[in-house]
Each structure stands twice: as C-alpha cells, then as structure tokens.
Design a protein around this ligand. Structure first.
Ligand SMILES: [Zn+2]
Length: 496
C-alpha cells in the first residue's frame, strides 16, 4: 500500500470517530431533556392533585351552587317573559310563546283568503312583530283567540290600488299588476283578433290606478271586480219634453222601453203625449268601461233593394200589385271600423266591391176611378183561362157552375158589383166569396187560396176579390164560378 493511500484511510477513520462522538453527545443531551421535563410535568400534576384533594368539598359545593342558581334564573326568566304580537304595527294581543302565532299563520292565510276572496299571505318576518313583555300570566291568547283576532281584522289598514274611472273608484285591488290584469281582461273580451291586428285598442274612459290606504275588507280580488264591471252601473238620464213629444218616441230616444219610462215616471199616467216642460228621468244600466277598438275589417254586406211605385190608369185606384219582386244584393266592404264594447260607433269605408246587384221591387198602383160599388145588371168573366168544366149534368150529378183552369194566385174579379154575403170557408167550395148583385142575382167564386174582401163589403164590377187556388173539394187549381137567379143556378156562359 502506498504511503498516500494509508494517509487517506487514516483520515477517514478519524472523521468517523469524530462523527460517532458528536452523535453520542446529542443522544445524551436529549435523554436528559425528556427526563427533566417529564419529571417536572408529573410533579405539577401531582401538585394539582394534592391541592384538589385538599380543597375538594368547597370547590364542588361552589360549582353546584353556581349551576343551580343559573338554571333557576334562566328558568324563572323564561317563564315570566310573554310576547305581544302585532300585525303590520297593529297590536293584536299577547301570547306565551311566539310559536303560538307562528304555527297558525298558514291557517290564518287560508281563512282570510276565504273571507275576502283574496290571496292573503302573511309573512312572518315582515308582517308580524313580537315584543317581550311581562304580563304575569294575564290575558294570554290561546291559539283559538289568535286565529280569531287575525281573521276578524278586516278593518285593518292596508295598501290598496284603487281603479279610478272618470273620477269614480270602481274597486280596490291588492296590487297595481292585478289592476292592470283586470283592465286587460275587460279589453280581451272585446277583441276578436290579436291585439296587434288593431290600429288602436284602449279604454275610452280616463282610467287611473292609484295607491291608497284602505281597509283590508275593502280590497277585492280580480274576479269580483270583473263581475262588478260586467254588471254595469245605473246612470240617470233626463229629458225635458217639448210640445207634442210622444212617450213612445222619448222612450226610444232615452234607450229604454215605454214600460220602463212609465214605471219610473208615474206622473205621466197613461198619457200618450207629454206636456211641454215635463221632465222625464230614467235610470239606465250603462257599461262601467267602454273598450274602444279601431281596426280595418272586411265583411260581406247586404245591399237592400229599392221599391219603385209605378202609377197606372189601366187599374182602378184601390188596385195595387207587385210587377217585379225585389231581391237584395251583396257587397264586400273593407272599412276602418271603430267599436265601443263591440258595437260599431264609426265606420269609414275604404273599398267596396259589389258581388250581386240588388233587384228593385216594382209595384203598380191603379189610378183609374173605381166604378160605383153596385150591380150593373151585366156580368164579366172573373178570370181568364180555359173552361175545364161546363155547367150541367156530368158523371151523374149536376155541376152548378163553370170551372176555369188557372194557376194558383191568379186575381179573381167580381163578375158584377154588389155586396159580399159570404167570404170564408164554404162547404165543398173551400175558401169562397158570394156577392149579392141585387135584382135576385148572386155569384159565387170557389176554391180560392186567399180572400181579399169581407162580408158586408161593397164591391164594384171587376174588383179583385180573391186569389185562385184549390181549396175545398178540388182536384187542381181552378175557379168554380156560379151565377144564380133567385137561388137557382144558371149557366154562367149565358151571361158572360
Ligand atoms: Zn166547378
């Protein structure tokens, strides 16, 4: 081994020896420290124990006394304290436990909701306040008493929102949004299409929703208020009569029935005409709110036909007949329509397209002076048409007159002037007319569909007395015509 190698090994050994020495010393010190503090701690514990043992009884008694006194104080204090409770500042009563009030709030809400028809929610934190009081057991409310106090407090003041229409409050609701909701519901009732489809939608009256202080019992809910609005309101209307005013016309002007006007104004009695200066007052139901809508509408509309009267001297002055029947036309109208509660109040036509033209009715009125209403001694044919049955024996029985075949509705003329002695249902003749012409002569017209004269009427020759038909014993539309002299049937064809 080289000399320098040996020197290094010696140094390493030396270093090792120094390290071992240091570690030994550290271990010695630690062991001593632990032992030292351990002994000190144990001695302290021993001292505490010795002191405790020495003063054991007094300490125990002191602690017990302290605890008992504390518990008793807390118990007595808790027992003596009551709580007054208030709803939104209004003192309602005193309870032993706050819980007595808090536990029935849901029930109270339910009862109030039923009582006032309002969704009343009582918020324990913001609406109810408790105050500790010493009542020494006097006048404490039972749960039943608390419930009663809450549910009978309809007169308590609360915030409401009054709906004011043209200066009159029609109702008070719990919030502005309920008020708006009511107004929208009223409007919705009169909208037949989406609100956006109108040029204008609104309420015609001046409506304001104002916050007011009110009694809880005065606050109504949405449905109750809608009912009030639906029912309308009574309003007084009066009118001062001018000379010659008729009761009927004034009633119409005021928009009530004649009976209503008479009932409400007994002073007019049974008079048909009012005296000048008479004051008529009527109570009339009018809507509380009028919903106004303006919108463009397209609708079909009837064009009513006109009636033209043509005067003609070809006919007698009491004769009148329809030459042409009228029929209504139809048009498509596009108009800007203003409605109040659904009723048209204004209309501006924008476009009109006729779909069918109306056809006018033409009436002919005779102007020729009627002949004297008496017999002339001559006879004329009552209708045109062909003879379908002759006078005389046929099929084994006597045919007392002559039949003229004409269609139903043909005018039947008096064969001669005279006085009507029969006008009505007459045996087998059906609807018939008999005229007495004087001088022993009578004529009969049978099987008519309608009669135009009455018994006792005086008629002239040629006057239309009936319309033909097939009533009575008849097999088809025709006029059965008889002429009798002193009651004996004659052959009419010998006279006309
Ligand atoms: Zn006949």
């Amino acid at each position: 081994m080289a000399k320098w190698q040996t020197a290094i090994i010696e140094k390493i050994w030396l270093l090792g020896a120094i390290l071992i020495d240091v570690i030994d010393k550290i271990l010695d010190q630690t062991a001593w420290g632990i032992t030292y503090f351990g002994v000190k701690f144990l001695r302290y514990l021993h001292n505490v124990r010795m002191t405790y043992l020495e003063y054991k009884r007094p300490i125990l008694h002191g602690a017990l006394y302290f605890i008992i006194t504390g518990v008793m104080a807390i118990f007595l204090f808790a027992h003596a304290i009551d709580y007054s409770y208030s709803y939104n500042g209004r003192l309602l009563g005193t309870v032993k436990e706050q819980g007595t009030v808090l536990e029935i709030l849901d029930l109270v809400s339910e009862e109030l909701t039923q009582e006032y028809g309002l969704p009343i929610a009582i918020d324990a934190e913001s609406d109810i306040t408790f105050k500790p009081v010493l009542s020494f057991g006097k006048e404490l409310d039972s749960p039943d008493a608390v419930l009663k106090k809450f549910t009978y407090m309809g007169d308590i003041q609360t915030k409401g929102y009054a709906i004011n229409v043209d200066g009159t409050v029609i109702g008070t609701v719990e919030s502005e949004s309920v008020g708006q909701d009511v107004l929208h519901s009223v409007i919705d009732k009169y909208l037949t299409k989406k609100e956006e489809a109108y040029e204008y939608v609104g309420i015609n009256e001046k409506v304001e929703i104002q916050e007011v202080d009110t009694a809880l019992s005065k606050v109504t809910n949405k449905n109750s208020l809608l009912k009030v609005i639906d029912a309308g309101t009574e309003k007084e209307f009066s009118y001062t009569a001018e000379e010659g005013d008729k009761v009927k016309d004034v009633a119409e002007e005021l928009g009530v029935s004649t009976k209503t006007l008479r009932d409400q104004n007994p002073q007019i009695g049974n008079e048909k005409t009012l005296k000048e200066g008479d004051v008529i007052t009527v109570l009339k139901n009018v809507p509380v709110l009028s919903v106004k809508t303006v919108g463009v509408e397209t609708f079909a509309e009837v064009i009513e036909y006109e009636t033209e009267v043509i005067k003609s001297d070809e006919y007698y002055e009491d004769e009148e007949f329809v030459r042409q029947y009228g029929s209504n036309g139809k048009q498509r109208v596009t108009a800007r329509v203003t409605r109040l509660n659904g009723e048209v109040s204004e209309r501006e036509d924008l476009e009109t397209e006729v779909i069918t033209q109306p056809v006018k009715k033409i009436v002919v009125k005779g102007t020729k002076k009627a002949p004297p209403r008496q017999g002339t001694g001559t006879f004329i044919r009552p209708v045109g048409g062909v003879v379908t049955g002759y006078f005389g024996w046929r099929w084994g029985r006597m045919h007392q007159g002559v039949d003229f075949g004409v269609s139903t509705g043909t005018p039947v003329h008096a064969s001669d002037g005279g006085t009507v002695t029969v006008a009505g249902w007459y045996y087998a003749y059906g609807l018939a007319v008999v005229i007495d012409h004087g001088g022993g002569y009578t004529s009969l017209y049978g099987h008519n569909s309608s009669l135009l004269v009455h018994v006792g009427d005086r008629v002239y020759q040629g006057q239309i007395i009936a319309r033909s038909g097939s009533t009575g014993r008849s097999t088809g539309p025709h006029v059965h015509f008889e002429i009798r002299k002193n009651g004996t049937a004659q052959n009419p064809l010998n006279y006309i």
